[in-house]
Design a binder for this molecule. Structure first.
Ligand code: 13P
Length: 249
C-alpha cells in the first residue's frame, strides 16, 4: 500500500514568524495516517526541521543544484539540504521551468544528484492551457515523464506530481475525469518503464488550487495518492483540513 502524502510547497513565502504555522500543524496531526511534508523556503529549512523534530512532519526543499559542490554562487547542493533537515526535494516545478529556463534534462540531472545524496525527489510535470485545449496533454506529460525522471529510481524515493500550469494559483481545477485520465496515464507509463512492482509503489500527487473545499473529491480519485499544495499550505488552518481529508480517503 502506498502511504498518502500531503505536501505543502511554500514557494517564496515565509519568514521566522511563520514557523508557528509548522508548530501548530505538528501539534494538530501527531497521529496522522498520511505523511505530511512541508517545503519551506531554504532559509527556514533548518529551523523548521529543528522545531518539528520527532513530530509527524517531514521537510523538503524546492530545488537543488545538479553538482555536489563547487563554484556555483547562490546555489545549494542536495547534500546541504539533507544536512539542513530535508528528506525530499521538489524538482521541475513549472515556476522553475519558466523562471529559470529549466528543461527536462536539467530536472533529470538534479534528480540524479538528489538521489545520490540520499534525498527523495518529487518531480513535477504539467501542461499549459493551450496544450490542453489542443488535446496535447498526454503527449506533454509523456515527454516530461520520460525526460525528467532518471533511470535508477525506486518506489520509495520517487514521487510524481501532476500540476497543470493553468490550475496553479488560479482557483481553476481540472475535472475528476481529467485528473483521473492523467494519473492513470502516468501510472501506466511508470509501469512500462520501471515494471509493476516499482511503479505501484510510486506516489502520484495532484497539485493546483487544492483547497479544503475540493480536497475530498480529488482524494477520492484512483491513483491520486495525495496533493502538492501551494497557497493553502501556508496557514495551518487551511492545510489541516486538507490533511484530514487525505487521512479520511
Ligand atoms: P496552488 O495550490 O497555490 O495552486 O499551488 C500549487 C503548486 O504549485 C504547488 O507546487
Amino acid at each position: 500500500m502506498r502511504r498518502k502524502l500531503a505536501a505543502g510547497n511554500w514557494k517564496m513565502n515565509g519568514t521566522s514568524a511563520d514557523l508557528a504555522q509548522i508548530e501548530a500543524l505538528a501539534t494538530a496531526h501527531t497521529g496522522a495516517l498520511s505523511e505530511i511534508l512541508i517545503a519551506p523556503p531554504t532559509t527556514l529549512l533548518h529551523r523548521a526541521a529543528d522545531i518539528a523534530k520527532n513530530g509527524p512532519i517531514t521537510f523538503g526543499a524546492q530545488d537543488c543544484h545538479k553538482r555536489e559542490s563547487g563554484a556555483h554562487t547562490g546555489d545549494v547542493s542536495a547534500a546541504m539540504l539533507l544536512d539542513a533537515g530535508a528528506t525530499y526535494v521538489i524538482l521541475g516545478h513549472s515556476e522553475r521551468r519558466a523562471d529559470h529556463d529549466e528543461h527536462d534534462e536539467d530536472v533529470r540531472a538534479k534528480a540524479r544528484a538528489a538521489l545520490a545524496a540520499g534525498l527523495r525527489v518529487i518531480i513535477c510535470m504539467g501542461e499549459e492551457l493551450e496544450e490542453r485545449e489542443a488535446d496535447n496533454t498526454l503527449d506533454i506529460i509523456g515527454g516530461q515523464l520520460a525526460g525528467s525522471i532518471p533511470d535508477d529510481v525506486s518506489g520509495e524515493n520517487l514521487v510524481v506530481a501532476y500540476e497543470p500550469i493553468w490550475a496553479i494559483g488560479t482557483g481553476k481545477v481540472p475535472s475528476v475525469a481529467q485528473i483521473s485520465e492523467v494519473h492513470n496515464f502516468i501510472r501506466a507509463r511508470l509501469e512500462q518503464r520501471f515494471g509493476p512492482k516499482i511503479a505501484r509503489a510510486i506516489r502520484l500527487l495532484y497539485g493546483g488550487s487544492v483547497k479544503p473545499t475540493n480536497a475530498a473529491e480529488i482524494f477520492a480519485i484512483a491513483n491520486v495518492d495525495g496533493a502538492l499544495v501551494g497557497g493553502a499550505s501556508l496557514k495551518a488552518d487551511d492545510f489541516s483540513p486538507i490533511i484530514n481529508a487525505l487521512d479520511a480517503s
